[in-house]
Ligand binder design. Structure first.
Ligand code: ISL
Ligand code: CA
Length: 561
């Protein structure tokens, strides 16, 4: 009675197409580039590719601003290139999950071009328009990307809502025609044979009626309005409608990107038999290094927080809903730089973090380059960054706000999204084999040492360790379905847990620090292991696990029974 599902047993690999592989030399990754590199993904053994958006887009937010949901972005190729890529994936047994960005479109989408023309345009109600209030914006919500979430539009003397950049107007899901359009375009892609969707900020589609003002911090004009648009009043009705009309007709995988969800929310989105989604991305563990000032207020993270957050998700969802597991994506800094040590123990700590994550219950997501231990980058000038979030932030805080550029640049080095967006490092040749032209964003200069070609040749590389993790998952149901139990909750250096399925018990031990650590097995578990399944150092002589001295960033997986 394991309730087996292919999407629970799969490992997903996220491709950020702009930065993956450029086949035609214009400096921008493309679909032909992806197709050319599929054998690499096959070698890694992943089951599913999640592709960040490839639809037609003016690229204000690198494709998360879509101007035509049924065309391919011209920089990325053609529909024929897409069909070929999909066929080549399927030929290799790799499924394709597409990004679905329907909380907002581009302001260059024909719907919006119509919508802004006049108040009685048939498309007016596709977006969220309001008259100004007291000579200013309709409310005081701040955008995710700095400044007001409203943009004034002269043509009709009204404002439209944009939770993200001003080129990403929010669609009005209250309008049934909008939902019909969304369900139609989903059907279009599913009928092409894709295998699922990752749904961008899907828990933001329902806004509280009246769009009330939020409470600003002292001396602030704008305020975080999340309580009025995250997990809003109708989101579950609409996801059920989507499931009923579209998703349930296909054997697919769905994952919702849902910032600000608790485990109780997640049980509503992804609970078994809820008829909504298969799983969600939660953000509690990626918020551990954010201070009271938010994302850019970078503070040291605590292992105790990571333990309690991850364990709460493991425990609360067990047998009720399914977890996603990730440390990296295109919005997050590189995990080896953030949670490991990318200087003294890059390889060891990258493998330790992979162990910590992949041995938990849920579907693991690998972000391109993570399997090489790719690191953050530190550009010395803001001009080298390309992300709209970074440029809006810089304008607000430095250009207009007169803040300290040095400290903001430090925060960008630590948290900027472009850390994840420097091109994939394929080999040691110029521009890492990503392009024969000029890359759209500068390379991380460490590609000479850190690259796929070198990693494939080295049996001790991070790549081969990930490959082993993927392979283990394919051969051991306990990795997928076993129950998670945290042990040594108070240990200041070690994150350890067991997995149990029937009579089988696995023990996972991770030293999160660059100093040695002392491990003592709690009572009640077998003190002699059957087998050392995996470790990131040379194998140990003994299977005695009652006490162990761990080396820096050491990770061990034992089969106890
Ligand atoms: O990384 C963030 C900014 O600090 C997050 O708040 C992020 O914007 C949020 O998780 C939503 O992300 C998704 O939608 C955005 C897009 O820019 C991101 O790339 C995407 O993953 C708007 O479509
Ligand atoms: Ca290209």
């Amino acid at each position: 009675n394991l309730d087996r599902k292919w999407w629970k047993e799969a490992v997903v690999y996220q491709v950020y197409p702009r930065s993956f592989m450029d086949a035609n030399g214009d400096g921008v990754g493309d679909l032909k580039g992806i197709t050319a590199r599929l054998d690499y993904l096959k070698e890694l053994g992943v089951d599913v590719v999640w592709l960040s958006p490839i639809y037609q887009s003016p690229n204000d937010d690198n494709g998360y601003d879509i101007s035509n949901y049924r065309n391919i972005m011209s920089e990325f190729g053609t529909m024929a290139d897409f069909d070929e890529m999909l066929a080549e994936m399927h030929k290799r047994g790799i499924k394709l999950v597409m990004d679905l960005v329907v909380n907002h479109s581009s302001d260059e989408h024909p719907w919006f071009i119509e919508s802004r023309k006049s108040k009685d345009n048939p498309y007016r109600d596709y977006y969220i328009w309001r008259p100004g209030k007291d000579g200013g914006e309709p409310n005081n919500w701040v955008s995710f990307f700095s400044g007001s979430a409203w943009q004034y539009d002269e043509a009709t003397d009204e404002y439209y809502l944009h939770l993200f950049s001003k080129k990403q107007p929010d669609l009005n899901w209250e309008n049934k025609e909008v939902r019909d359009e969304v369900f139609d375009l989903m059907t279009f892609w599913l009928d092409k044979g894709i295998d699922g969707f990752r749904m961008d900020v899907i828990n933001c589609v329902s806004k509280v009626e009246g769009l009330p003002d939020a409470t600003p911090a002292p001396h602030e004009k704008y305020a975080w309005g999340g309580e009025f648009f995250t997990n809003g009043p109708k989101v579950h009705d609409w996801l059920k409608e989507m499931n009923n009309r579209v998703l349930s007709r296909y054997d697919i995988m769905t994952v919702g990107e849902t910032g600000g969800v608790t485990t109780s929310d997640a049980k509503l989105y992804a609970g078994y038999n809820r008829g909504e989604l298969n799983m969600v991305f939660q953000f509690e563990h990626t918020d551990v290094d954010a201070g009271p000032g938010g994302k850019w207020d970078v503070v040291p993270w605590k292992l105790s927080d990571l333990k309690s957050i991850m364990s709460r998700w493991q425990n609360d969802l067990y047998e009720k809903a399914w977890n996603s597991l990730y440390l990296n994506n295109h919005d997050q800094p590189r995990s080896v730089s953030r949670f490991g040590d990318d200087k003294n123990y890059r390889v060891e700590s990258a493998k330790m973090l992979a162990t910590f994550l992949h041995l938990q219950q849920g579907t693991p997501f690998i972000y391109q380059g993570e399997e090489l231990g790719m690191t953050n980058v530190a550009f010395s000038s803001v001009d080298d960054y390309k992300d709209v979030e970074i440029h809006n932030l810089w304008r607000e805080r430095i250009v207009e706000g007169g803040g300290d550029p040095v400290s903001l640049l430090h925060a960008i080095h630590a948290k900027g999204r472009d850390n994840a967006r420097t091109p994939m490092q394929w080999d040691a040749s110029e521009n890492a084999g990503f392009t024969r032209g000029t890359p759209w964003i500068r390379m991380n200069p460490n590609y000479v040492a850190i690259n796929a070609e070198a990693a494939l040749k080295d049996p001790t590389s991070v790549f081969h360790y990930y490959k082993k993790l993927v392979d283990l998952r394919h051969h051991h149901l306990i990795m997928v379905y076993g129950k998670y139990d945290l042990i040594l909750p108070e240990h200041p250096q070690i994150y350890a847990y067991t997995r149990t399925l029937g009579d089988e018990i696995w023990l996972v031990i991770c030293n999160f620090y660059g100093d040695p650590a002392h491990f003592e097995l709690p009572a009640g578990l077998p003190t002699t292991a059957r087998e050392l399944i995996l470790s990131n150092y040379d194998a140990r002589d003994s299977l005695l696990v009652s006490e162990l001295s761990l080396r820096p960033y050491e990770a061990l997986v034992y089969k106890l029974s």
